[in-house]
Design a protein around this ligand. Structure first.
Ligand code: ADP
Ligand code: TRP
Length: 330
């Protein structure tokens, strides 16, 4: 039996990229495969950037409601928040003590900040808190604590899963077989969903299409997607078109072929955007209502998370018994 696990940071409104890259594939695994599924809100990971308590709790509810509204069935997948599982933080320390600092220096997110600082002539570690530096260790603990085999994530998280794998390997070499070595599972295309400007859609780039905006706003945002200057009636290339790339994530192969044909025949950008809106909205309309309902019934979310935490902790405690025994003889 395989264990599938993934986490979503609670940092702000979830967007189409988060849905397509991580949440939807994870839910599909739980619907189509047999196995054990653990999906969680990586709330303490957000502490590296979220500094207001009120924002923190709001984001946690938003991510939980997003998982549920998009179809996670708490009977099939365990939904919990990271901060409810103290064993994660115990394992974090144990892993940190067995991880060369140099490995963390090479983590993409940290390296990118250091590089920016250096280019701007600032102290290389300016604005880097130790939580940010240790982020990959906490993420490895999230994964390894549950004997995870498969981690559904978007492309930017692959290095973190690789780091978790190498931490497990090191522990196994030093202390004998203790931890399962996980693999990432990239969503079908393995590519990023582009944002309004054509770059990777990301909260950090202010180019997102949030999942839960009202229909009218969704239409407006889709109309803002950058296009080239090909005029109406001129044939258009699907290559590098953000509209086409997003459409692909919400349609069947036949629909994509038909849309590509329309591009070749000179569909106007306005019409292409209208077609994209119809597709995205059709998939989000039902979940949007459910999201609103859940956000107005937070005790329902609390109950799901509480049950999830109990189930997850039972697994975590078993792993920690094994880890403590092998590493400390206790
Ligand atoms: P953001 O870049 O907006 O801060 P996160 O880092 O919180 O997003 O990502 C949460 C999950 O969603 C990760 O598994 C990540 O790989 C995936 N993801 C984020 N943006 C995209 C995107 N544009 N395309 C595909 N997957 C994405
Ligand atoms: N770092 C992930 C992100 O930014 C979130 C995350 C935390 C995660 N712990 C995890 C993802 C464990 C997969 C498995 O998106």
């Amino acid at each position: 039996m395989k264990t599938y696990l993934t986490g979503i940071k609670a940092t702000g409104s979830q967007h189409l990229g988060n849905m397509v890259g991580a949440i939807r594939p994870a839910i599909e695994f739980s619907q189509n495969e047999s196995g054990r599924f653990l999906y969680f809100i990586a709330d303490y990971h957000s502490l590296t950037t979220v500094k207001k308590a009120k924002d923190f709790s709001e984001y946690v509810y938003e991510v939980a409601a997003t998982w549920l509204a998009l179809g996670l069935d708490p009977e099939k997948a365990i939904l919990y928040k990271q901060s409810d599982i103290p064993e994660i933080f115990e394992l974090t320390w144990i892993l940190a003590c067995n991880t060369p600092k140099g490995d963390l220096n090479r983590a993409h997110a940290y390296k990118a900040i250091v590089q920016d600082n250096e280019e701007a002539g600032r102290d290389p570690d300016k604005s880097v808190n130790a939580g940010l530096f240790n982020y990959p260790v906490l993420m490895a603990a999230d994964i390894l604590l549950f004997d995870t085999n498969i981690v559904p994530v978007g492309k930017d998280q692959v290095q973190h899963v690789e780091m978790a794998r190498s931490m497990a390997q090191r522990i196994n070499q030093l202390y004998g077989d203790t931890l399962v070595e996980p693999q990432e599972a990239l969503s079908v295309s393995g590519q990023y969903i582009p944002g309004l400007d054509g770059q990777k859609m990301s909260k950090s780039y202010d180019n997102t299409i949030p999942l839960w905006v009202p229909e009218k706003r969704l239409k407006k945002l889709i109309n803002k997607i950058a296009t080239d200057s090909t005029g109406p009636d001129e044939p258009k290339s699907t290559e590098g078109s953000a509209i086409f790339d997003i459409y692909k994530c919400f349609s069947t192969k036949e629909e994509q072929d038909a849309f590509a044909k329309q591009f070749a025949e000179g569909i106007s950008w306005g019409e292409a955007k209208a077609a994209l809106f119809e597709k995205v909205n059709a998939e989000l309309a039902g979940p949007r209502e459910e999201y609103e309902r859940l956000m107005n019934n937070r005790s329902e979310i609390d109950a799901v998370l509480e049950t999830g935490a109990k189930k997850a902790r039972a697994i975590a405690q078993e792993t920690m018994k094994r880890v403590r025994k092998n590493l400390t003889n206790f």
